[in-house]
Write a new protein. Sequence first.
Length: 276
Amino acid sequence: MKKVLLLALAAAALTSCGNSGDITNDKSTPDTTSEAVVEPIMGAQAEGRDYSSLSTEKHGYGQGVQLDGENRPIGALDFNNQYGGYNAKAITEDEGKIYLTFDQGYENGYTSQILDTLKEKNVKATFFVLQDYAEKNPELIRRMIDEGHTVGNHSVSHYCMASLSAEECREEIEGLHEYIKEEFGYEMTKFRPPMGEFSELSLAVTQDCGYETVLWSYAYADWDVDNQPSEEEAFSKLTGAVHDGAIYLLHSVSSTNTEILPDFIDAVRDKGYEFG
């Protein structure tokens, strides 16, 4: 019953991943029947942290359309300036590099091809996974790890982190952390809040769990499997958005992303950038 519920939540929520504000979560507490064994993994910041002083106001992140003179989204730079103290970022300071990240809400048959392309092109990526995804696709998780990619934490249940208490936030992060650790011997260190929604409280809890919050500096409407952009349109958008320190958010359910990925990688390198 738990897996059915989580799959339904993940599939419904995925359509707005990277487009915060489009979904309202009607369940504010996590499923306490999770099979994951939760043990504290709190970082040093947790000791003495007064969560009661932190805001629970929900913020929905998006990089926006305003750019600086170096083609960097001002929204991403502002996020770093405002929330960097919580070990959170939406863009890096790495000149000449961009980073590929994929959100894995459910499997649509394209991840193996994406991994094939990344292996052929010698590119590493970060895959942010839900617990339901990891449970249903262990062979893909194992392949990500074995081929040197980063497996990131996208929570147990894909709830809005800003709607949860500090303890519920911790359960969403640590539940998946312990599952991946026990099943794959892998320690995750990066977290992407579902739908890009967060509060100061949720960012603080994430930091205290020993994680870095990673958002993005570029995303586009690639998540709707029934309304995929053309390959030409997608390629133009992706290549036109390249900037120093870019963190790209892509969805592996996208047929268009899968097809254009080899050419996109080549085009980025032709522009003089490399993949971090």
